[in-house]
Design a protein around this ligand. Sequence first.
Ligand SMILES: Nc1nc2c(c(=O)[nH]1)N[C@@H](CN(C=O)c1ccc(C(=O)N[C@@H](CCC(=O)O)C(=O)O)cc1)CN2
Length: 285
Amino acid sequence: MSRTQHFVLCFRCPDKPGIIAAVSSFLFEQGCDIRDAAQYGDPDTCNFFVRIQLAAPAELDCAELDARIQPLVQSQQLDYTLHDMQRRMRTLIAVSRQGHCLNDLLHRWHCGLLHTDIAGVVSNHEDFRRLTEWYGLPFHYLPMNDGGKARQEQKLLELIEKDNVDLLVLARYMQVLSEDLCEKLQGACINIHHSFLPSFKGAKPYHRAHERGVKLIGATAHFVTPDLDEGPIIEQDVVRVNHTHSAEDMVNMGREVEARVLANAVGWYVEHRIMLNGQKTIVFP
Ligand SMILES: Nc1nc2c(c(=O)[nH]1)N[C@@H](CN(C=O)c1ccc(C(=O)N[C@@H](CCC(=O)O)C(=O)O)cc1)CN2
């Protein structure tokens, strides 16, 4: 029985009539079946963004389809990526001392709810070694001690390259990544910030939110850039608070929101559902 393959084609191109017709006709001619498609035309940049999930005949592997699509790439000026969903992304999770987002991601992965392989967990503390090893995953302890940030980040980068990591998730990892590391991980590093950005960037956002007397607190998953908590936003959510809630209450109420927001962002990323559009993102959930 021939095994259908599942690919994802994502592209952006200058917006004009006929793009979807041209791409869908090409896929039909290759014997492919479109199983899911989403598109967006950005009026500000006049760019067109598309994600197509397709079923391909067993004899048509991803490399062959990639070769055949080149004339269309030229004619439609497609800036594209083509992914074989059989090949799962490899995700490395970084954590410091707050484990709720790590715990949630590992549980979802363990239950088969995240379409990714977890390469391991890295931390500047030992707190979550036992949890990680309980899941049968490698734990990498990279303290920020002698040799400083540059040496620690060098070890982190060597691990990312050695383990063929596609995505680094900062799951409450409380070290600011250097500009050099951010550039090497551009578009492949997601952070969860424990506030509803752009409010309360940086450290202790719940205490500052409490001090300000807000009525909503939240969390933001964003791509990591050299500027702290300024990267393109992927997902956000909020929870209502009131005058009776202390800063500690807000920390506790925020954990569930942070974990859910980060899991959504990671799930979309590993299914190729996020596209960068300048300093913003397009998400095809
Ligand atoms: N280049 C970036 N690195 C990181 C980002 C980012 O957006 N760009 N996000 C942070 C996470 N974060 C807030 O979400 C955050 C982490 C750490 C700090 C901070 O002030 N850290 C102190 C050390 C604190 C400690 O050791 O506990 C510092 O690095 O001097 C603020 C915000 C992850 N990295």
